[in-house]
Write a protein that binds this ligand. Structure first.
Ligand SMILES: [Zn+2]
Length: 68
């Protein structure tokens, strides 16, 4: 399982593996504690995650977020 989280430093969407404790943001190099990050989606595969990220980026301007 993967989750899509929002970097609390730069606001970018990124992918993290479920069960991981921390994740380095590839955009701003922040070390994210996954317990404290905002999770926008849970998915099964990395491919699914990238399509979710693409969809969320498209809908960003409409203020779209999915609650879990
Ligand atoms: Zn970041």
């Amino acid at each position: 399982m993967y989750m899509v989280v929002v970097c609390y430093k730069c606001g970018q969407l990124l992918l993290a593996k479920t069960g991981q404790k921390t994740r380095r943001c590839p955009y701003c190099e922040a070390r994210l504690v996954l317990d404290k990050t905002k999770k926008v989606a849970h998915v099964k595969t990395a491919q699914e995650a990238s399509s979710v990220i693409r969809a969320l980026k498209r809908k960003e301007n409409a203020g779209y977020t999915r609650k879990i």
